[in-house]
Design a protein around this ligand. Sequence first.
Ligand code: HEC
Length: 126
Amino acid sequence: MKTIITSALVLGLSLSFSVSAVADDDAMMQAAGKELFNKCSACHSLDSSKNAFGPDLSGVVGRKAASLPRFAYSEALQKSDITWTEANLRKWIAGNDQFVPGTRMRHVEITDKAEQDYLIAYLKTL
Ligand code: HEC
């Protein structure tokens, strides 16, 4: 009986630990992503009332590519028929001009899987 109680306690404890670890992980990833977003923010303003060189990225995860009405996208991106799923965002930030040849966005290359994770975690918060 004593071992059952002890193991239940240990299980309960480790469960609550892992839940808070996941929450910390999210915050950590978003913070790291925010840092990486410095490579993007010169062109992508987070203030949608501002006209930036690149389109507003708030709500971009899950959005159809080239779908903002007030932005002059390249023909290449307009014809791409891409939806910004996580997988497609990964390809885009790993090498946007290989993924969509003819895009107007200057070449970016973030190939590190962890860095891609961070950036996408951050993009989800926008
Ligand atoms: C030098 C300016 C510049 C930089 C730096 C830049 N972008 Fe862009 N971005 C653009 C432009 C311009 C477009 C529109 C491309 C087109 O129409 O072909 C774009 C488009 C996008 C899109 C598609 C949005 C849509 O509405 O379909 C995403 C996603 C994106 N950028 C993410 C990023 C991320 C993430 C970074 C940083 C790693 C980044 N960009 C860095 C200029 C930039």
